[in-house]
Design a binder for this molecule. Sequence first.
Ligand code: ZN
Length: 136
Amino acid sequence: MKPTHIEHIGIAVKNLDDAIAYYEKVLGLTCYAVEEVKDQKVKTAFFKVGQTKLELLESTDPEGPIGKFIEKKGEGIHHIAFAVEGLAEKLELIAERGIQLIDKTPRKGAEGLNIGFLHPKSTFGVLTELCENPNK
Ligand code: ZN
């Protein structure tokens, strides 16, 4: 099962432009991509820190997952994403261990990655994403 690295950390923000300005001007990182993921009702902005990325998430709809998250918990860390190989089989193995999955099979995420989420009820409160780069 072992992930190869932390692919990214997802951070929910109210205003993407304000958050990008903070990461660029205060932390000195460079936003290299902004992408809307329509089925997740979010706009994302990406930064690289070594091989790990930061994924800022702004909701485009208060009823979307990030909109609801911010309403309940406020801004902050939303999920951790691990890079894995063989995502489909890994999701099956995890389900066999009784872990509750949000995605039973891989779907498309930002940056062309295949992704699947595990439910935080089964992961000690951390919304956990597994991602696989299909072009690797
Ligand atoms: Zn993510």
